[in-house]
Design a protein around this ligand. Structure first.
Ligand code: NIG
Ligand code: ZN
Length: 411
């Protein structure tokens, strides 16, 4: 099967060499080809170029993209898309004055989602997650990371990870599974946090590793959740079981989580709404990708991660949704890109780099995803007719996407 996309008004993120990360001022550059074509064979981008050179190319299907933009599908490197039910009541409680912290302190929040998930069958959980995943792929997501963390018991964490495994099997997009056992302290361990860490380290991580269900190990390193010592214990155990750290840090407080992540060579450190100069300095010495989650800031009305300062300091930056029932009930990467431009002052070029190639880096797949490059996977977005690619972040809330191609097939 081959597809030839012709007359593309603007072909974005075209890379002649297989660039796998973009940092600092290079993020301002988004290579673009005007009046272009792309040729896909099976699941791979095999050629692209100017329409002037598109002669004698035949394909099983030709898509005329006159007036339209083509770009790599979004790479969403941080989600909790496998969850049960919703937290709409907490949403209303927050409108009426409670904070995210107040809700967690009275036993709601993550514990609320964990209770619902524990009482949901694996099939039902799969059905709920698969509906969400279908929707986000239609919104242009072509690779995604999915975390556990609403189980908090061995059985329920395994249930979540098995659902992720089924999604991986049933969907054409790339899915990366993460074990986030240390997401909140279960009620039964309220006064025995170290007992819960023992359970995570001695039982959950080995059980998950035995079934090979997670590539990454995550911890919610935050005041009231897990401190540096807890985080270090979990990361070490994960690494011993061949999982790479990829952690939640600095959402509400900056107290050394970034340095710890870098010490253990985390693939990414995510959230970073509260970031200080030391954090930026240590990230500069590392291969760790900082990941910002602007829809979480929007939904919780908390500060936005200082993406502008990070890029100006020479760092790379990735953008992801954080799709989850409590802090970000949205998996729309288009909104993330818009919000990063509007609220974090990223240029459209920086935001698109952050949501494609750098998002792929934060999932360890930027050799195959995140740019238009010969030999890379054919995961592409074709927009509706648009005046220019600026309209993607500018016309926030509008769905500019017409077609999504995943692995060389229309989704
Ligand atoms: N902050 C920790 N975990 C999720 C939210 C969890 C929840 O509220 O359900 C996040 O990344 O925002
Ligand atoms: Zn998260």
């Amino acid at each position: 099967m081959s597809i030839l996309i012709t007359n593309i008004k603007e072909l974005l993120q075209v890379r002649e060499t297989n660039v796998t990360i973009v940092k600092g001022k290079d993020m301002k550059t988004l290579p673009i080809l005007k009046n272009a074509y792309v040729l896909i064979e099976h699941d791979t981008i095999v050629e692209y170029g100017s329409m002037e050179d598109c002669i004698d190319i035949d394909a099983d299907e030709i898509i005329d993209a006159t007036g339209k933009i083509v770009l790599p599908a979004w790479c969403d490197s941080h989600t909790h898309i496998v969850y049960a039910g919703d937290r709409t009541q907490e949403f209303v409680d927050r409108i009426n004055g409670l904070s995210y912290e107040d809700i967690a302190n009275r036993g709601g929040g993550i514990l609320n989602s964990a209770e619902t998930l524990q009482n949901t069958s694996e099939d039902d959980l799969y059905a709920q997650a698969s509906k969400r995943l279908t929707e986000v792929v239609k919104l242009g997501t072509g690779a995604i990371e999915i975390k556990s963390g609403y189980g908090l018991t061995i059985d329920a964490e395994l249930k979540m990870l098995r659902v992720i495994k089924r999604l991986k099997h049933d969907f054409p997009i790339s899915i990366k599974p993460t074990l986030l056992a240390a997401h909140a302290i279960p009620k039964e361990f309220k006064d025995n946090k170290s007992g819960f860490i023992d359970l995570v380290v001695n039982e959950m991580i080995p059980a998950v590793a035995k079934e090979n269900l997670a590539e990454y190990i995550d911890v919610f390193c935050e005041k009231g959740y897990f401190d540096l010592e807890d985080t270090e214990r979990v990361l070490k155990a994960g690494i011993e079981h061949r999982m790479t750290p990829k952690i939640h840090v600095n959402q509400f407080n900056a107290f050394g989580g970034v340095t710890l992540g870098v010490k253990y060579d985390a693939l990414s450190v995510d959230h970073l709404e509260e970031l200080n100069d030391d954090d930026i300095a240590v990230l500069k010495t590392s291969n760790t990708m900082p990941v910002a989650l602007p829809s979480c800031s929007y939904f919780l009305s908390i500060p936005y991660s200082p993406g502008r300062a990070m890029i100006d300091a020479g760092l790379p930056l990735a953008l992801a949704t954080d799709y989850n029932p409590g802090s970000t009930p949205s998996g729309n990467m288009n909104f993330v890109v818009s919000t990063a431009c509007i609220k974090m002052k990223l240029t459209p070029e920086e935001a698109i780099n952050a949501a494609t190639i750098n998002g792929a880096y934060a999932m360890g797949i930027s050799n195959l995803y995140g740019s238009i490059c010969r030999g890379k996977k054919a995961n592409l977005i074709i927009t509706k007719e648009l005046p220019s690619y600026y309209h993607l972040p500018y016309a926030f809330g509008e769905n500019g996407i017409e077609t999504v191609i995943i692995n060389g097939e229309k989704f």
